[in-house]
Each structure stands twice: as C-alpha cells, then as structure tokens.
Design a protein around this ligand. Structure first.
Ligand code: GLA
Ligand code: GLA
Length: 702
C-alpha cells in the first residue's frame, strides 16, 4: 500500500530530498497521544488567525487587548509571510514577529507559527522559475497566487530547508511559541514536469522492483502499453484520465499523496531536530481527498483542520461539517484535534458564497467542533483583510475593528469554554459505528466513476447522516484502523481492496460485527484491476449473494420495495442480487427485474452483513435500514430528534457530556432519555429539552 513507500520514496525523488534523509532516525517520533489543553497550559485552545504583518504596529496592542477580552489565548501567525521573513535570499528578518509575539504574550496569548512555504516570495520565482508546478498541458504556473509550487523541484526544496531551518533556529526556545503548522493546506496542484515524471518513474521502480511485475500488475498488455524501460512510463496527462490505464492513474494519485507527505516530512525532520520541544501540526481540509490524511498524520503530533461549515448553504445541514470532523478525528486514530481555521464570518473571494449567517450560528458551529472532539478552536481570521484576494472573506472583525455581533458571539463562546475546560479535558467521542473510508477507492472512483453522478462522499453521507439523525456517534475508520471496538462498520462503495483489508473485514464479521456493504464493493484489486471472481468478489461469501447483472442508472427510473411495503426511489446503480444464503429485505419495483432482490441481510460467523445494491434519494430508506441494524447490534437510537438539531456526546469513564445544537431559526423541543443538568447554568433541564433558535446546550448527568 502506498503509505509503505513514503520513506523509501524520499530517497528516490531525487537529490532534493537528500537533506531531509540525513535527519531521519535522529528525530523524536510524533506523540502517541497529545493533550491540547495541557499543551496550552491547562487552557482550552481558543484563538484567531492573525496577520500582524498586514497592520500597523500601533494597532497590535489594541488587537491583543480585544483578543484577551474575548477569551482568546492563542494565535496562528506567519504562514504567508516568507517574503517578509526572507526579503533577500539568505537574509532573514524575524524581528517583526518577535515584536508581535511580545505584545501578544503580554496578554496571555501564545502562538503556533506557520512555516511560510505555501506562498514563496516573488524573488524565488524570478530566480528559479521551475519551482512552479507544471499543469497537465505542459504549462508552468506563474507567480501571483499561492500554493503552486512543485515539491519535486530541488531548488524549492533547498529554499524550503533554508527558511524552515532559520525560523526553527530563531524560535526554538521562545516560550510564547507552542508549536508549528507546516505550510498551509497541502494538496493541489499535481505537477507534470520532467522532474515529477522522473520522480514517478523512480517511485514505480521502488514499488514494483521489476518491469515484469509492473506490466503484469497494471495489465499493460491492454492496447499494447507494455513498458521495456522505466523511462517510458508516462504521467496521466489527460485531466480526465480517460485514456490512461486506471492502474497507472491510481498509482499517480498515491504518488502525489506520498510526494506531499515527503515534502511535509522534510519540514518535520528539521523542526524535530532543531526545535524538539515544540509540537507539529498541519491545517488539513476535512473531506479533501487529494492527500491520504491517515498516512500524513503519522508524522504529526495532532490533527488540525480548517472548518467552513457555511459552505453547505443550508445551515441546517450540519452533517457536512460533522462528517469532516469525524474523518479528521479518525485520521489520527480518534485522538482529539483542533480547528486551525474555524469559520468566523461569511466567505468569498471575488463574490461572497452565501448570505450572512446570524452571529449566534458561528457560536453553534464552534460548539459543533468541540462536540466532535476538538480541544481547540481558532477562528479564521481575526480581522478581514484590507488587501488582496480575500477582501470578501470575513474575519471575526471587519476592517474597521468595530466590536460587531460576531465578536460578541466569539467572546461569549470563549468565556463559556473557559468554564467548561475542566469538564471537557480527557473526554472523547466514543462511537459504536464506523464509516470505513478507503482513499484507494475514492481515488479509483474519481478516475472511473462508473456512472455520471457517482459521488463517493454522497455514499458516505447516505449512511452517516442517518446514524447522526438518530443521535448515534460515528467514527471514520481508514483501512489501517482498528475495527474491533465497533458494532457496525459501514463500508460504502469499497471498490478497491487488498487482501489485508478483506481479511480484516471478514474477521470483523466472523467475530460478531455487522458490516454494511453497498454496490460497487469488491470490484477491483489493489492495482485497480477488475476481479475475475463473481461480484461482490471477496465479499460474496460473507454477503451471501452473487451479482451476475447490474444496471447503471442513467434515467433513475427504478424504485425499491421494502423494507416493509414502502417504496423508495433509487439512483446511481442497481445491483440485481442473487442470494445464496442471504435473505432479501427489499426488491426492485419496476421493469424487467421487478421483484429481484436489491437489499439483503446475511448471517456470517457470529456477525451480520447487509448488502445494499443501490442508492436511494430517500433519507427515510436509510433511517429504516440503520434502525434495523442498530436494533440487532443493541445500539440505542433516538429518531425523534427534530430536523436541524444535532445531539453529540463526549465522554470518559464517569463523565458524559451531551451537546444539543440547534442550527435552525426555530425554537425546538428535543426528547432526551433523561433529565440532564445544564453544565453552564447548573440548572436541571427537562427530559423534553427546550432549545431556542441558533442555540446550544451543554448537558451532563446529574
Ligand atoms: C472502437 C474500437 C475498439 C473499442 C471500442 C469500444 O470500436 O475500435 O477497439 O475501443 O471502440 O471503445
Ligand atoms: C483556507 C486558507 C486560508 C484562507 C481561507 C479562506 O482555509 O488556509 O489561508 O485562504 O481558506 O479563503
């Protein structure tokens, strides 16, 4: 699997990685578990992303005072200030950052510093134009934006090494610097220049060892694409990858993720060597699929990510951000994490993305982060920029620094989180259900979606949202995750598998777990080659079904009958199931396969396997399905939570904290299993909890 290659690949990507290799083995590994609250001196990490370089120094003191008033004890700074830190090659100026830290520290505010590599200075592009990535048409990006460097470029790696080393040396003993954010949202673009092609060929050589193995595993016999020299291996130049071998294309996705990881590791190695007392993180992007975060996070001390829940547009659709929180938590084995950019205002670049949310909703979204396991919330950004691309991307304050309604919402939340810190510390989300997210399947389905509207993330949401509507905590598991503590694992569209993962899922079921599989499972091996077994391939026996016919849905005319007599519309794909040992729970309602099974249930070992051969547009179908599965797995559900209200739980032995979050503009009544105590007021709340519009209640057992 790709993650195994990361370290070895560094050596192969070229001389550019040699500097980093020297550091491997000398550095402390990432912390096994990390307590963010302890790290921040016992305070809940509450902060803002601050850009002192863009404001007159005379304003810093006023900013720090207003931050302190709002309960802010943390800032992230510096991640785009390379040009100010290194105005000329090899000449450094950190004096301004020292002065900013001094002002902030005096107000009890400590910092994570961003290494500034996401936005290299203009002089670097002038001197080394090839540091810019090349797109698939052979055109290099040019200076003027950010994040368009190529990690395979030796000059860029040398410049990275220089600035990160200088920064680390300067701040390594600074008591006001808690740690480091590497770069900023690593991900795109993929680079298609000659250096990257050579690096990909080297990566392939390291992985496959011989061309015979590569040719066989990729099936290059098709269209006579057999390679006789490593140098012949192309990059998948076509954006749609349509004319490329899907095996090559999947390896290129893995290679891109590995390359980004290797680039991050160059910085990690420097920081661990020079500044071993400071922690290391990165600001990740939730559902973003370009990087295998489970792999990347092995190098980091804790997960941080950038959370913009408003982009769902319908504010009551809280599960968009919810799944992203859970995926981010799962990408480091459910260790608590922080939000490095929590939405602090409306977003937009040339235009705003949506209308303005009421200030109280920013508070609810911040609590949602906490409810899903964040021990830190840092808003993007302290104040909206007067300059540049993000003049329409609001901070907490607008350009005039007026104490607006968002500021008061932030201040209220800061005060409350201060009160709740002791209660929260050490509590975690504990889930009986996991969604299995397979980076390989996600990439392979981006390469070949199979049908026009196939969306992997939608498959996750079909099930995830149903469990969350019923108040059930859900984790996200990755292929290497330990599944043994879960009662139900949902593995939607598990298209690409390898023997290790297949064995793990078989063992999970045999020992009593419930597995929910869906259409397009078990179709491909780890090389993105179609199995020659009858579908669902390696899962046919535990699912107790065979699939000899399927119907890709273009017109979406089909419907499901059942569970019960109800009918639900289908979309995307219809597998026509032939049960061997399974029992049909639903059949198709129309056309030439009317009456044929669509959803089945099968006992295997001590466990149970559901196979759902289609997708429905009806949330009710999923509500009924998960209710059946939950009942058999003895998972308590509450399907009476009003639409637009979320119930989430953090716990540790002896403590249970229930967050009730109302994302709607209406007062709501939420029937709970008992009367709880309000953790902020100390008052007892009734079992039929009353919650006002855009409000949150934090409850504990009395
Ligand atoms: C054409 C080509 C075949 C095959 C089919 C389906 O007919 O000649 O080789 O590619 O299209 O794509
Ligand atoms: C991302 C980036 C930030 C900022 C915001 C808003 O989260 O990390 O620097 O650009 O988006 O655009």
């Amino acid at each position: 699997m790709s993650r195994l290659w990361t370290r070895g690949m560094c050596a192969l990507i070229g001389i550019c990685f040699v500097t980093s290799l020297a550091a491997y083995g000398q550095t402390a590994p990432a912390a096994k578990s990390f307590d963010l609250i302890a790290w921040n001196g016992g305070k809940f990490v509450y902060g803002a992303d601050y850009y002192p370089e863009a404001w007159d120094e005379s304003q810093w003191e006023k900013d720090a005072t207003m931050m302190q008033e709002a309960g802010i004890n943390f800032v992230r700074m510096g991640e785009f200030a390379w040009a100010k830190m290194e105005p000329k090659e090899g000449q450094f100026d950190f004096g301004w950052l020292d002065r900013a830290l001094k002002v902030l520290n005096a107000h009890g505010i400590r910092a994570v510093l961003g290494t500034p590599t996401a936005s290299p200075p203009a002089w670097l592009y002038e001197k080394y134009p090839d540091i810019a990535a090349m797109d698939e048409n052979g055109v290099r990006y040019r200076y003027g934006s950010r994040r368009n460097y190529c990690v395979h470029n030796a000059d860029f790696v040398a410049a990275t090494t220089r600035i990160v080393t200088a920064m680390a040396e300067h701040f390594k003993n600074h008591p006001g610097v808690l740690g480091w954010q590497i770069d900023n949202e690593v991900g795109s673009p993929k680079c298609f220049d000659p250096a990257s092609r050579a690096a990909f060929q080297a990566w392939c050589r390291h992985k496959y060892q011989t061309l015979e193995v590569l040719n066989s595993d990729w099936g290059t016999i098709f269209w006579g694409h057999t390679y006789h020299d490593w140098k012949e291996i192309p990059l998948p130049w076509n954006t749609l990858y349509e004319t490329y071998n899907p095996s090559l294309a999947l390896d290129f996705s893995r290679f891109h993720s590995d390359s980004l990881h290797a680039y991050v590791d160059i910085q990690v190695a420097i920081l661990r060597r020079v500044a071993p007392r400071q922690a290391i993180t990165h600001n990740e992007m939730g559902m973003y699929s370009g990087v295998d975060y489970y792999d990347l996070n092995r190098s980091l001390d804790f997960v941080a990510w950038d959370n913009y829940p408003m982009f769902g547009k319908d504010y009551a659709q809280y599960n968009g951000a919810g799944l992203a929180h859970d995926l981010m938590r799962g990408s480091k084995d459910n260790q608590n994490y922080m939000i490095m950019e929590q939405q602090g205002g409306a977003g937009g670049w040339a235009t705003f993305f949506g209308h303005q949310a009421p200030a109280s909703l920013y508070r609810v979204w911040a609590y949602q982060s906490v409810a899903h396991g964040a021990d830190g919330v840092c808003y993007f950004r302290w104040r909206t920029s007067r300059y540049g691309t993000e003049q329409y991307w609001q901070g907490i304050l607008d350009q005039d620094s007026y104490r607006n309604s968002r500021y008061f919402a932030v201040a209220q939340t800061g005060k409350e989180l201060g009160k709740l810190t002791t209660l929260l510390q050490g509590t975690k989300v504990v889930s009986p259900v996991a969604m299995l997210v397979s980076p390989d399947s996600r990439w392979a389905q981006q390469i070949q979606p199979g049908v026009k509207d196939f969306e992997y993330d939608q498959q996750l949401h079909d099930y995830y949202d149903a469990f969350r509507r019923a108040g059930v905590s859900v984790d996200v598991a990755f292929p290497p995750s330990d599944l043994s503590a879960y009662r139900i694992v949902v593995a939607p569209a598990l298209y690409v598998t390898d023997q290790t993962l297949v064995n793990k899922l078989h063992a999970f079921v045999k020992s009593g777990g419930t597995l929910i599989l869906t259409f397009r499972s078990g179709v491909k091996d780890e090389h993105n080659v179609v199995t020659d077994q009858t579908l669902p391939g390696p899962f046919a026996d535990i699912a107790g079904v065979a699939i000899h016919e399927f119907d890709p849905q273009v017109n979406e005319e089909q419907e499901l009958v059942g569970p019960g007599e109800s009918r639900y519309p289908t979309r995307t794909w219809n597998d026509i199931l032939e049960p061997s040992t399974a029992k049909a729970l639903a059949t198709y309602g129309k056309g030439y396969y009317a009456g044929k099974p669509a959803v089945t249930e099968n006992h295997a070992g001590k466990g149970l396997v559901y196979y759902v051969g289609t997708e429905s547009t009806s949330p009710l179908f999923y509500d009924r399905l998960i209710a059946m599965a939950a009942k058999k797995s003895l998972i308590a559900i509450n399907q009476r939570i009003p639409t637009g209200v979320e119930v989430a739980v953090r716990q540790k032995p002896g403590t249970k904290i229930i967050f009730v979050l109302n994302y709607t503009g209406m007062d709501q009544t939420v029937p709970l299993d008992q009367a709880y105590q309000n953790a902020l007021t100390g008052k007892t709340e009734p079992m039929d909890l009353q919650i006002p519009a855009f409000e949150v209640k934090v409850l504990t057992e009395k």
